[in-house]
Design a protein around this ligand. Structure first.
Ligand code: 5GP
Ligand code: ZN
Length: 110
């Protein structure tokens, strides 16, 4: 089975790209949960943030830096989410940060 986020990073399937560098890509979520809902991924496939943090902490930091930069562009604040594992609600096994903004976000999350 192919990885959908690897396919997006490779340009093999379309996405609304909002940021791209040689290492990181960001695109609008296909099913937005807030007025701003961006997915930020490393181009390289890593299954989760704990896998990435252990193998390439520099890339994990870059992912966070890009996500924070995209969030900070919006007045009123933002939320970064990295769903990890089944209980964490991770549905795509390619590490990704959600950037959510544009409305008041409830706490705690579901
Ligand atoms: P997770 O549930 O793993 O934390 O987040 C996966 C996110 O990827 C979901 O919010 C889902 O809507 C989004 N997503 C899944 N498939 C696609 C796709 O093909 N294109 C885009 N743009 N987003 C996707
Ligand atoms: Zn992948």
């Amino acid at each position: 089975m192919g990885c959908i986020f690897c396919s997006i990073a490779a340009g093999e399937i379309p996405a609304s790209i909002v940021y791209a560098s040689d290492r990181v890509v960001a695109f609008n979520d296909i099913d937005p949960q807030a007025p701003v809902h961006i997915i930020v991924i490393p181009r390289e496939h890593h299954p989760s943030i704990d896998a990435l943090a252990q193998t390439d902490a520099g890339l994990a930091a870059e992912l966070l830096q890009v996500a924070a930069g995209l969030g900070a562009a919006h007045h009123g604040g933002y939320r970064l989410v990295l769903n990890t594992g089944p209980d964490g609600g991770q549905s795509v096994d390619h590490v990704h940060a959600h950037v959510l903004a544009g409305r008041g976000l409830g706490w705690p999350p579901g």
